[in-house]
Design a binder for this molecule. Sequence first.
Ligand SMILES: [Zn+2]
Length: 119
Amino acid sequence: MDYEPLRTKILARSVQDKKSGCIVWRGAFDVHGFGRMNTPEGVRSVHRIIWLYVLQQRGEEIEPGMLVYHNCGNRLCVNAEHLYEAPLQEPRARVHSPLPAHVQEHIKVRAAARKNRNA
Ligand SMILES: [Zn+2]
């Protein structure tokens, strides 16, 4: 898969935060607060696509079992300089930084809707 067009789409839907340097995704996200988008291979994490694009530029591929993490703590960030890959055993504290407020709100609303459906 060529990641270049996906990267272009992601950056077009993201806004740079001048203070943190984060490039914040404004599109869809999952229940864990990670940005998601449709690709020819199904729904994928946007930060992972950015990382795979960087590797592709270098003529490399991600190794099996490696995950892409944020060192800035912002799960919606797609700044390649804020991403790194590591195995799943990476300390969870880094993965589970606080969710952005609008994501927390969205998850709350979704959970309430589910509760109402089941009641
Ligand atoms: Zn960032």
